[in-house]
Write a protein of this length. Structure first.
Lengths: 622, 316
């Protein structure tokens, strides 16, 4: 019986040898240092040269504490943390000292590190779809992990796996146990992943961007879960992230990394309230705060607005103070409503539009958008917000004529395009009045063409300019997006992400469009770069006066740019209105939940927000 | 000092560059296209250097065989010299028929290379056209072209060649070109498949959508944006297939259905050497070595190109 592993199709592996039952060191005591890192350096060998990824890092993590390692891409935050586990590719070299519960991990033979991995240290990856093996059920994978590190019978392991799935608050642990990764939603997969990581009671949990791939509302749930678990299990947590909101929500201590060096460490309060290093200050300043808007607008107190609209009472703030804050909101909203009034022919007008992805072979047609109505007036910036699968990108593409409209009417600069064939001449001409900026700057530029040609191509095709005039126009556009003219002959792969996105904007502006459709143009960029690209975009919009449909999942970004906000859910526009009306007085429960889910990059305010969200959830709004 | 770094509010010294520096580009270097980048990588690879020198040498031999040997390969065959060993002016010795082996090997280069290169060109034209159209437009065109390709793909190369060369038209007009046509007919589906896959991958890239949304016509986007980005695997495959086609030519000639007897070919020489394999194996070995070196050099070049052009190895 013991030999015949009793679960169907499971990996036939016996529990690891005699060492498996042992643990390094004693059980965890709250406040004891679990991990001590001294002088940790990581280098990568690239073309026979050592490129440093992390230099002389010193930090420690205590039991029951969350250390957030924050940094932008290339700061070495992930590389240094993977080095703790020996999970780096073979072209790397690691030096320094990493002590887990007093035991040195570096320089040990691989089998010892492998034992620690999964048992004493567990990792939660960014993308649970790829981190979970698609051919095994969730239950199988957790059982395998449990039995790899503990000598337990299959039944015990299964029981434990189910307990873990319960612990991560999956709605139906039994069902999740039998499910394959692709049968779960993104948030559920991440929960399953966390259950697997925690199944051996790790002393240290490394969460590498655990919520980056998730929608905000799901992210909020996962963050809640992680906070509960941390208190329950008393493990030390290293949270690697670029998102200051997530940090404010979860971290006790913060280490800010930049170019392989820790530039500042301190408690969450110290770093957020009084950042001392220049870089930390710049980083915090670059994070868009939801409710802050651009300089011209008055700040919106979302917490107060939400509390007032939904009628919940917060413990974290004084009721009178909240009321005062809300009164401010109301007066500001009234003032803005009075000043409102857009005129002119709409640049883009959707009336009860439905958009379908056509049937492909045996895959039936999929209706991505249903009954959408929205209007963009000249010079207006409309933010289209929604979570993944809400149909926001679909609307953006249809507005450029890249997708057909199945029902309803879509007018572009006053011309009806829903009846036009996709390759017709009229549509071709109309497209010239619309520019589009894409999400991924790397894939939106032809890698074989120099920048200047990419920017000049639409003008050349439209016959707007030729020869020297074209070159001059390209230079003007480069000036406008604040890139040196000499970049004209450069190729996309030589540029950074932010620069590529500037080129993308320049290309979209080439034909002086009346409408710009921007599809998540900054979500692939680092915060400090995002801030600059948004600033540039805003400046250009003001200067050139084009209307803009700004598609994004990030409410804070929309808040900075948009005059008007449309909130989408499941292919429908659930609420739309002026920026201030949406932020100050959200009517739809979904909008309220969405607003409440956005973490604030400020621990104190985030505490209020969190309480509000919990109350909203408790009041049964689903 | 150490505890302070981990316990308190530690701030690193402020000596470093300002934040703006994270978003700038080194302007000193010359602009670098992807092709130029690949070329720079190739130039440093010994595999590429060796194989290209060998190929250049082969091409030179094929174009100017007279530089290497004054002895005509087909005339002056004296049965008295049959299977005679090497001697002054005849470094490889003589074949069974008493012809100069060195001269035959040198002159055989021409047939092998021309068949290989011409066949690859034909395959490129047919395969890339069909593959690109099928991958880019999809739908019924893809289905039709894919089935057509499958039909040819299902024919084993040698069997197919045997059948086709027995057709009256091919029997009567036996020449280098008939071999080229037969090879191209049977080998294009693989090229079409590779092209189709690469095109489909690029077709959905944002920059193609961007170009379309800015008024580039559908066909224009294919030519200007899709194809140049789908060519890398095609070029690699073409180089590798060149080697394969040279072997195919030799095989067909060996079987007597390749180039006509009047054209020097390593395949003929190897076939003719069968009778001498026990008495004088060198007669077999010399043309075989020539064939192997030729094929090896193209396969090495293909490998080097794959390393340089593979977009996955470029990601840092």
């Amino acid at each position: 019986m013991a030999e015949n592993l009793g679960w169907a199709g499971g990996p036939r592996r016996r529990a690891a040898g005699s060492g498996a039952g042992q643990r390094i060191g004693a059980p965890l005591v709250k406040g004891e240092p679990v991990l001590e890192v001294r002088g940790l350096s990581v280098d990568f060998g690239v073309e026979k040269e050592w490129i440093p990824a992390a230099i002389g890092l010193d930090y420690e993590v205590r039991a029951g504490e969350v250390l957030a390692i924050v940094g932008e891409s290339g700061s070495g935050k992930s590389a240094s943390s993977m080095a703790l586990l020996g999970l780096l590719p073979s072209n790397s070299r690691v030096s320094g000292s990493v002590r887990l519960a007093g035991q040195e991990l570096l320089g040990r033979d691989q089998s010892r590190v492998r034992q620690a991995r999964g048992k004493d240290v567990a990792v939660i990856f960014q993308e649970p779809m790829t981190a979970l093996n698609p051919v095994y059920t969730i239950g199988n994978q957790i059982v395998e992990t449990v039995r790899l590190h503990n000598e337990v019978s299959p039944d015990e392991a299964k029981e434990r796996a189910l307990r873990m799935l319960e612990l991560v608050e999956l709605p139906d642990p039994g069902k999740a146990f039998r499910s394959y990764p692709h049968q779960l939603s993104g948030g559920q997969r991440q929960r399953a992943m966390i259950a697997q990581s925690l199944s051996c009671d790790p002393k240290l949990l490394i969460a590498d961007e655990p919520t980056t791939a998730l929608d905000v509302t799901v992210q909020a749930e996962i963050l809640d879960l992680m906070r509960h678990l941390k208190d329950k299990l008393n493990s030390a947590v290293i949270l690697i992230t670029h998102d200051m909101g997530v940090v404010a929500d979860l971290a006790d201590r913060i280490a800010v990394m930049r170019r392989g060096v820790i530039v500042e460490t301190g408690t969450a309060e110290q770093v957020f309230a009084a950042p001392r290093h220049e870089y930390t200050q710049a980083l915090l300043a670059a994070v868009p705060h939801l409710g802050q808007g651009s300089e011209a607008d008055a700040d919106v107190d979302i917490t107060a607005a939400l509390a007032s609209v939904t009628g919940v009472e917060l413990e974290a703030v004084d009721a009178d103070e909240l009321a005062a804050r809300e009164r401010e909101n109301e007066s500001a909203l009234a003032a803005i409503k009075a000043a409102q009034g857009r005129q002119g022919t709409p640049v883009l007008e959707l009336r009860d539009v439905a958009i379908e992805y056509p049937r492909q072979g045996r895959v039936p047609a999929f209706r991505a958008v249903e009954g959408a109505s929205l209007t963009v007036y000249p010079g207006q910036v409309v933010g289209l917000v929604g979570e993944s699968g809400s149909g926001k990108t679909t609307i953006g593409r249809a507005a450029v004529g890249l997708l057909d409209v199945a029902e309803g009417s879509l007018k572009l600069v006053g011309t009806e395009i829903s009846g036009l064939r996709r390759n017709s001449r009229e549509l071709h001409a109309l497209r010239r009045s619309v520019g589009m900026v894409f999400q991924d700057p790397s894939s939106s530029l032809n890698p074989r063409l120099p920048i200047g040609e990419s920017i000049g191509e639409p003008m050349h095709l439209a016959g707007v300019a030729k020869g020297a005039a074209l070159q001059q126009r390209v230079e003007t556009l480069l000036d406008q997006v604040e890139l040196p003219r000499s970049y004209r002959n450069r190729y996309p792969h030589e540029l950074s992400g932010g620069q590529k996105q500037r080129v993308g904007i320049a290309r979209a502006l080439a034909l002086e469009p009346k409408l710009m459709v921007a599809d998540e143009p900054t979500s692939a960029l680092d915060v400090s770069v995002q801030a600059k690209v948004l600033e540039l975009f805003q400046g250009l919009q003001r200067e050139l006066g084009f209307a803009c449909l700004f598609v994004t999942h990030d409410l804070a970004v929309v808040d900075v740019l948009a005059d008007h906000i449309c909130v989408m859910q499941h292919g429908r526009i659930v609420e739309q209105g002026l920026r201030d009306a949406i932020l100050r007085n959200p009517q739809e429960p979904y909008t309220q939940r969405l607003l409440a889910a956005v973490p604030l990059p400020d621990p104190q305010k985030q505490r209020e927000r969190r309480e509000l969200r919990e109350l909203l959830a408790a009041s049964g709004i689903e | 000092m150490k505890p302070e770094r981990t316990e308190g509010h530690y701030v690193a010294p402020l000596e470093e560059t300002a934040l703006e520096a994270t978003d700038t580009l080194r302007v000193e270097e010359a602009p670098l296209s992807l092709w130029a980048d690949a070329w720079r990588k190739l130039r440093r690879r010994p595999l590429f250097i060796v194989s290209s020198i060998m190929i250049l040498a082969l091409i030179f031999i094929a174009l100017f065989p007279g530089v290497f040997t004054q002895v005509p390969p087909n005339n002056e065959c004296l049965l008295a010299n049959s299977e005679a060993g090497p001697r002054e002016g005849h470094p490889f010795g003589f074949t069974f028929q008493g012809c100069d082996l060195f001269s035959r090997v040198i002159h055989g280069t021409q047939a092998s290379l021309s068949v290989g290169i011409l066949a690859v060109l034909c395959v490129l034209v047919i395969g890339v056209t069909f593959g690109a159209l099928a991958g880019y437009y999809g739908g019924w065109l893809d289905a039709v072209l894919a089935r057509l390709g499958d039909i040819f793909f299902a024919l084993p190369l040698i069997l197919g060649a045997l059948v086709i060369t027995q057709l009256p038209f091919f029997r009567e007009n036996k020449s280098v070109w008939t071999v080229v046509v037969v090879i191209a007919m049977l080998a294009w589906p693989q090229m079409a498949r590779i092209t189709r896959g690469a095109v489909i991958e690029v077709r959905n890239a944002d920059f193609v959508t961007a170009a379309r949304s800015l008024g580039v016509s559908r066909f224009g986007a294919l030519m200007r944006h899709v194809l140049p980005n789908a060519l890398a695997p095609v070029i690699v495959l073409a180089t590798l297939e060149l080697g394969v086609f040279i072997v195919t030519e030799a095989t067909l000639s060996f079987l007597g259905i390749g180039v006509p007897e009047s054209v020097m070919s390593w395949g003929h020489d190897i076939a003719a050497a069968q009778v001498s394999i026990r008495t004088n194996p060198m007669i077999l070995i010399y043309p075989s070595i020539a064939l192997s070196l030729c094929v090896l050099s193209f396969i090495m070049l293909g490998d080097a190109l794959r390393d340089a052009l593979d977009p996955k190895s470029r990601e840092r």
